[in-house]
Design a protein around this ligand. Structure first.
Ligand code: ADP
Length: 374
């Protein structure tokens, strides 16, 4: 399985960052706790002083722990108080190690410890360690991020090259396909009206449609030049589309109507005509409804053109894929079509800085929205 860099790197960086924060928090918390515990501490155990003479080390457990805590907190100074069991100070002053160079006779004592916060060096060392850790983690995470970005750039370049090749290939292939097809079509027409000739003619027409649609889509995808934008009267454009499909609609007994009070949009008239034609042709061919309407809606971000029908609609499972190339609801391909019509509509919408979307009609049918044309 491929290592999921895109997810793993930010996760790793975030985990490392959280770990550093947690380390800081724990260090700080335990430091505070230690200081508070030790700053004003009376060791309750009675210190058995083994000292027989003046300068013997104070070797009890508690005194050794004092050394340890002083080391851990990197305290420059601790203050030690030794009080006899009867009360009264035996010793009160700076503590520098495991011995107290005072005269302490044998007996029972209470020992007090105090720290001066300013002389405790631990936070500085802890912070330094934390800082070094954070820098290391940061550098590592940055390195990983840059490495991933670099890999992605290389991959994107490769993909772009492949995509260019694919588009060129489709365009060239469709072009090459069209020439002999036109010949076959001509020949079939000359052959006459027989059953076989009719079949050849029908299949050649279907192939010809496919090649034309592929060529159109490839051309639209290859367009690098900015779109030719002119002001288009949508009402007039709708009228033209209705005129073009009037006969076909009448022959199928479908009512085809367009709204008459639409605003202007800016774009390529020929392309928008093509997009609307594809949508109307689909509604006439696939919907099985009795009415197809062309309408417009004004939204805050632009104008929305709507082609709606009252037919069968598109099953929910297919809705996400109908704008993909070659996707057809009718998997058995019993209806004529290439599966490229809606892909062309989407490409045209995108060239206009917009999108196309599908909505089921209410109560039935389909609504195709070409939106945010300005
Ligand atoms: P085609 O060349 O097959 O029409 P399209 O990309 O234009 O290709 O459409 C894809 C599929 O979406 C069609 O095959 C059809 O099954 C379905 N379709 C499109 N428009 C409608 C509609 N108005 N009503 C029902 N089905 C539709």
């Amino acid at each position: 399985m491929k290592f999921p860099f895109r997810i793993a790197v930010p996760l790793l960086a975030a985990a490392a960052f959280l770990a550093v924060c947690a380390t800081f928090a724990v260090q700080l918390f335990s430091f505070r706790a230690n200081i508070e515990r030790w700053a004003r501490r009376d060791l309750s155990t009675q210190a058995e002083l083994t000292a027989e003479s003046l300068r013997e080390p104070l070797a009890t457990q508690d005194f050794r722990r004092l050394d340890e805590i002083a080391r851990r907190l990197k305290a420059k100074e601790m203050i030690l108080r030794v009080r006899s069991a009867q009360g009264g100070w035996i010793f009160h002053g700076g503590y520098k190690g495991g011995t107290i160079e005072e005269y302490v006779p044998c007996g029972e004592y209470r020992v007090g410890v105090a720290l001066r916060e300013g002389r405790v060096m631990a936070p500085f060392y802890n912070a330094l360690a934390g800082f070094v850790l954070a820098v290391l983690v940061g550098v590592l995470a940055m390195g990983l991020v840059f490495f991933t970005l670099y890999r992605q750039r290389v991959r994107i370049r490769e993909l772009a090259k492949l995509e260019r090749f694919r588009r060129d290939f489709i365009a060239d292939f469709s072009h090459e396909l069209k020439t002999p097809l036109t010949g076959i079509l001509g020949a079939a027409e000359m052959l006459g009206e027989g059953r076989l000739e009719e079949l050849i003619h029908k299949e050649a027409l279907q192939l010809n449609d496919l090649a034309s649609s592929m060529l159109d889509l490839a051309k639209l995808e290859r367009t690098d030049a900015p779109l030719r934008r002119e002001a288009i009267e949508v009402t007039a454009l709708f009228r033209e589309v209705v005129e073009r499909f009037a006969d076909e609609a009448a022959a199928k007994g479908i009512e085809l109507v367009a709204e008459i009070d639409c605003p202007c949009v800016h774009g390529d008239r020929e392309l928008l005509f093509r997009a609307l034609s594809n949508l109307v042709a689909n509604a006439l061919r696939h919907s099985g409804g009795t009415r197809v309407t062309l309408g417009c809606e004004k939204a805050k971000s632009g104008v929305r053109l709507v082609v709606a029908d009252n037919g069968v609609g598109i099953p929910a499972a297919d809705r996400a894929r109908i704008f993909e190339r070659f996707h057809r609801v009718d998997a058995a391909r019993t209806t004529p079509g290439t599966g490229l019509g809606l892909a062309i509509v989407r490409q045209i919408a995108r060239l206009h800085g917009g999108e196309v979307a599908y909505e089921p009609g209410i109560p039935r049918g389909s609504r195709f929205l070409l939106f945010d044309l300005i």
